[in-house]
Design a protein around this ligand. Structure first.
Ligand SMILES: NC(=O)c1ccc[n+]([C@@H]2O[C@H](COP(=O)([O-])OP(=O)(O)OC[C@H]3O[C@@H](n4cnc5c(N)ncnc54)[C@H](OP(=O)(O)O)[C@@H]3O)[C@@H](O)[C@H]2O)c1
Length: 332
């Protein structure tokens, strides 16, 4: 069987990630004959054009009892917690974009370029796809770790676009840009501003996004004791996340050596100084752009870099479709 012959479901098809997933499927030439698009009751009956056909969005409740081969979930954690096990029990392999299953030891958390082998065991029938800010980071870290070993410490500061928060994020920035007094889903205005809090803050002072970035990076790279810390910041950019990353290695890793390790790594596009990546250049493509590679003056064990990547593609839809292709190769 091929993906085109399989029974495929997309849950959250009316959202930013669901819509981008359909785009990426089409770009890769995947036009499943049996495709079901689900969303909430609010969207039931909406029409979505795909492959010169019109699909009617169904309420998720109508999926009860139906069997799919592969289901991509992009409808938030609460929906995934309730529905992913039901889809899996009925025979689907679920690819979940939410945070619901990422910490579950029985659910692999996978970015295929980095840890495809984790797909060898899917005991619950659910494969988790990481947070958008983690997806780009691990692709940039992996070739460095392969060449230079596990580092002593990693510091990450993120610059995350509003679309990382879904349609509500885009709406808030668009309306504020148009002069409206409307914070929407954000705790403060985001236009002409930035917000150094993404999600709830825990007792140690870290917000949810920072905690997810650290724990997911450890799980994907298979390094439970990897030392890293993050500051996650929402910025008034529509699409693409960026991250300033500083890595303290055990031994010297010159910028030249690091560039050599990164230049041919899968999924990466290297920018050599004086060129540099920006979120605008990353928007609409799948590669993680990496540049500004430099050592701290006087200590070549410390390496800094700046990465930008499209959070909706690299951080979500593209990883989901990559996972679908890997799972289809194993299943069919
Ligand atoms: N945005 C990103 O960059 C990004 C990156 C990685 C992971 N993710 C994760 O991907 C998921 C989707 O994010 P998004 O950005 O696409 O959000 P979004 O634009 O807000 O879309 C949410 C989708 O979920 C559906 N939905 C909401 N409640 C539902 C319910 N009770 N039953 C069925 N469907 C329901 C919505 O349907 P209606 O249209 O009917 O409301 C919509 O299709 C989230 O878990 C998010 O954390 C997002």
């Amino acid at each position: 069987m091929t993906i085109n012959e399989a029974n495929i479901a997309i849950v959250g098809a009316t959202g930013l990630v669901g819509g981008k997933t359909l785009e990426v499927l089409a770009e890769r030439g995947h036009y499943p004959e049996k495709l079901s698009l689900f969303a909430s009751e609010r969207s039931a009956g909406k029409r979505i054009a795909f492959n010169s056909r019109e699909f009617i969005v169904e309420p998720l409740s109508s999926a009860e009892g139906k069997r799919f081969d592969i289901a991509i979930f992009a409808a938030g954690s609460a929906v995934s917690r309730e529905w992913a096990p039901r889809f899996a029990k009925a025979g689907a392999v679920v690819i979940d974009k939410s945070s619901a299953w990422r910490d579950d030891p029985e659910c692999p958390l996978v970015v295929p370029q980095v840890n495809e082998a984790a797909l060898d065991s899917i005991p619950k029938g659910i494969v988790a796809s990481p947070n958008c800010s983690t997806s780009g980071l691990v692709i940039a870290l992996k070739p460095l770790f392969d060449s230079f070993g596990k580092p002593r410490f990693i510091f990450v500061a993120t610059y995350q676009s509003v679309s990382g928060a879904g349609r509500g994020g885009n709406e808030a920035l668009s309306r504020q840009r148009a002069g409206e007094d409307f914070c929407g889903i954000f705790p403060r205005p985001i236009h002409d501003n930035l917000i150094p809090v993404i999600g709830k803050i825990d007792g140690d002072g870290f917000n949810e996004e920072e905690t997810k970035l650290c724990s997911e990076t450890r799980k994907i790279l298979g390094m439970s004791d990897l030392q890293l810390t993050a500051t996650a910041v929402r910025v008034p950019v529509m699409v693409s996340h960026s991250e300033a990353v500083t890595i303290v290695f055990e031994d010297e890793v010159t910028a030249e050596k690091a560039e050599r390790a990164l230049e041919s790594a899968p999924g990466l596009r290297l920018y050599r100084l004086p060129d540099f990546p920006t979120p605008l250049e990353a928007a609409g493509i799948d590669d993680v752009l990496v540049g500004r590679i430099r050592n701290t003056r006087g200590d070549a064990r410390i390496l800094s870099m700046f990465i930008s990547f499209d959070n909706l593609r690299r951080g979500a839809a593209t990883n989901a479709v990559d996972l679908m292709e890997c799972i289809a190769r194993r299943l069919f």
